[in-house]
Design a protein around this ligand. Sequence first.
Ligand SMILES: [Zn+2]
Length: 275
Amino acid sequence: MKITILHAGYCTAPEHIAIQGGAWKHIHFPAMFAVLEHPRFGPMLFDTGYSQRFFDATRKFPYRLYRHATPVTMREDELAVHQLSTFGLRPRDITRIFISHFHADHIAALDAFARSRYVYLPHAYEAVRQKRGLDALTSAFLPDLIPADFDERAAPVDVHAAIPLPPEYAPFTRGYDLLGDESVIAVELPGHAVGQMGLIVRDEARTYFFVADAAWQGRSVTEHRPPHPLANLIFADPKAYRATLTDLHTYHQSHPSAEVIPSHCEETLSRLAPK
Ligand SMILES: [Zn+2]
């Protein structure tokens, strides 16, 4: 499988919120997405980053508050569809989009891929699908980002099909073999959002563990440094968040050559982006 790590747009937030002991300066939170080109299942995405639709969906109150809380910058040429075209991929070529969770910066370009199936943990969507107005906003969910034909294209993970993972995935013991060939293994990473899903994939050289927002900075995982306690206000389950971060730290220590990739860590993404 060929794996390409990109981002579409970024927001800014104080570093000391993202990681304990961070500076009092604003840093970039790039919105990562990844292209997984599978020899049999074709090109697939992990999340989508921002898109123009984010700006449309936050034009009116109360959703406008989202933009104020996390000011977003996005260049036209950063859109997922534009970047894919430089790899010779058209939006219709994307067979699946693995959705880590339903926060706006992960799903803003879902509607740009007219033929993709949407793969996610069902409780992640159940937790937000009915939310509107301030209730949606406080869950970082923008209902307008859900394509009109979402339900027809939805391919939620069968949670009854969880498999015990071999010791090489420790401390993660349960996961989902999303394509049935062990090439894309999903694990639940609870805490940040209900039903957040991480992916473990491999190319010829190494293992990549996409952990979405289970950590915001690579150093949170390597140094076991959680965000500022204020961040607990926006987490679905702060206690579960800490347990997940501990598991990721343990995983990193026992798999030092594996790349653990938080979706918004500028250092990690620039190191792994195509040169
Ligand atoms: Zn999130």
